[in-house]
Design a protein around this ligand. Structure first.
Ligand SMILES: Nc1ncnc2c1ncn2[C@@H]1O[C@H](COP(=O)(O)OP(=O)(O)OP(=O)(O)O)[C@@H](O)[C@H]1O
Length: 312
C-alpha cells in the first residue's frame, strides 16, 4: 500500500471569484473544508459548485480570492496529491477497467505493483471484481461511476474534491462509497462533495455549504443550520386537540399553531429555550386536563426545507 499524502488541517476557500464575460459565476465565495470531515456542497443548477471546485483544483483560473491549504497558500504539489473527480468524467471508454486505473495510479507516482494491489482491492470492495478486465464502455453508467471514483481514491490522497460522486449510484453503491470515504476522513482527509440529493447529503455529511447565484447562503453542520430554523413540535392528544389554540392564541403565547387535524396538531415555538419550555409545560398540563397526551415531540426540519429557506 502507498504511504499516501499528508492531509492538511483544512482547506480554506477565501473570497474566490470567477467571471465568464459579464456573468459572475462565483462571487467572493468563502468556506472551510475541515480535515477529517465530509462537507456537502449543494446548490441548484448553475449555482457555481463545479466552477468553485475547478478553481480549488487549479484547472480553472481564479479571478479573485485564494485557496489555502492549512495555514498557507495551496501549491501544485498539494493539488497533485488531491483525489479529484471532475464533472467531465475522463475515462477512456475502450480501455479495460483495471488496466486503466493502474495506469492512472502510476501517473500519480505509484509503482505498478502498489497500484495493482490498491486498485484490485477497491474494485473488489465496490463489487466490480468480475468486471475488472472488461472495457469501461461495456459497463453500466453506475458502474462506470464506481470506476471513476476509484480513480480519485487511489494513492491515499491528502484531500478529496468530488463533483457529484453519488449521482447515478444505486443505494448499495452509495453505502459502500460512503464507507470508503469515511475511511479517508478517518485519516484526517478533508472531503468536499457536491450533490443534488439532499436526503443523502443530510445523511452523509458532517458539514454543509449551500450555494446560490454564485454566493454562499449558509454554512455549518446540519444541526447548526437547523438551529436557525423555527422549532416545531407535534402534539398528539387522545381526542380533538383544538385546545392548543387556547394555549397559543394568534399573536400571543410564545409560539403559533400551524395545523390542527383531529387529535394531532403542529405548533411552532419561538426558539427561546426558557420561554419554549414554558409553552411545552403548558401544553402538557392542558393535555392532561383534557384526557392525556399521546405524543409531544420535536419535528426535525428536513434539509430540503433549510435549503429552500437559504436559497429563497
Ligand atoms: N465555460 C463557461 N463559459 C461560460 N459560462 C460558464 C462556463 N462554465 C460555467 N458557466 C456558467 O457559470 C455558472 C455556474 O456554473 P457551474 O457549472 O459552476 O454550476 P453548478 O453549481 O456546478 O451547476 P450544476 O449543478 O448544474 O452542475 C452557470 O451560470 C454556468 O452557465
Amino acid at each position: 500500500m502507498s504511504t499516501g499524502h499528508t492531509p492538511p488541517t483544512a482547506i480554506h476557500v477565501e473570497e474566490l471569484t470567477r467571471r465568464y464575460g459579464d456573468l459572475v459565476a462565483v462571487d467572493q465565495v468563502s468556506f472551510t473544508v475541515p480535515g477529517g470531515q465530509m462537507t456537502g456542497f449543494v446548490g441548484g443548477n448553475g449555482a457555481g459548485k463545479t466552477t468553485t471546485m475547478r478553481m480549488i483544483m487549479g484547472v480553472l483560473g481564479i479571478h479573485g480570492g485564494r485557496v489555502r491549504w492549512g495555514d498557507r497558500e495551496i501549491t501544485t504539489t498539494d493539488r497533485r496529491g488531491t483525489g479529484y473527480m471532475p464533472e467531465e468524467r475522463g475515462l477512456y471508454p475502450k480501455q479495460k477497467v483495471r488496466e486503466q486505473l493502474i495506469y492512472l495510479a502510476q501517473l500519480k507516482g505509484m509503482s505498478a505493483s502498489e497500484a495493482k494491489g490498491e486498485v484490485t482491492e477497491y474494485l473488489e470492495r465496490l463489487g466490480l471484481a468480475e468486471r475488472m478486465d472488461d472495457t469501461v464502455e461495456s459497463l453500466s453508467l453506475g458502474n462506470q461511476q464506481r470506476v471513476q471514483i476509484t480513480a480519485a481514491l487511489v494513492d491515499q490522497p491528502s484531500a478529496l474534491i468530488l463533483d457529484e460522486p453519488f449521482s447515478g449510484l444505486d443505494p448499495a453503491a452509495v453505502d459502500s462509497m460512503a464507507d470508503l470515504l469515511r475511511e479517508h476522513t478517518a485519516r484526517g482527509v478533508p472531503v468536499l462533495f457536491s450533490s443534488h440529493q439532499l436526503d443523502l447529503v443530510d445523511r452523509l455529511c458532517d458539514r454543509l455549504v449551500i450555494l446560490a447565484g454564485g454566493q454562499v447562503r449558509a454554512e455549518g453542520t446540519p444541526d447548526e443550520l437547523r438551529q436557525g430554523t423555527a422549532l416545531r413540535y407535534r402534539v398528539v392528544g387522545v381526542s380533538d386537540v383544538g385546545w392548543v389554540r387556547d394555549v397559543l392564541p394568534d399573536g400571543g403565547g410564545g409560539g403559533r399553531v400551524l395545523d390542527v387535524d383531529g387529535s394531532t396538531a403542529v405548533v411552532e415555538l419561538a426558539g427561546d429555550p426558557g420561554a419554549d419550555q414554558q409553552v411545552l409545560d403548558r401544553l402538557v398540563s392542558e393535555a392532561s386536563r383534557r384526557g392525556g397526551l399521546r405524543e409531544l415531540a420535536p419535528i426535525i426540519t428536513p434539509l430540503s426545507e433549510i435549503y429552500r429557506e437559504a436559497t429563497a
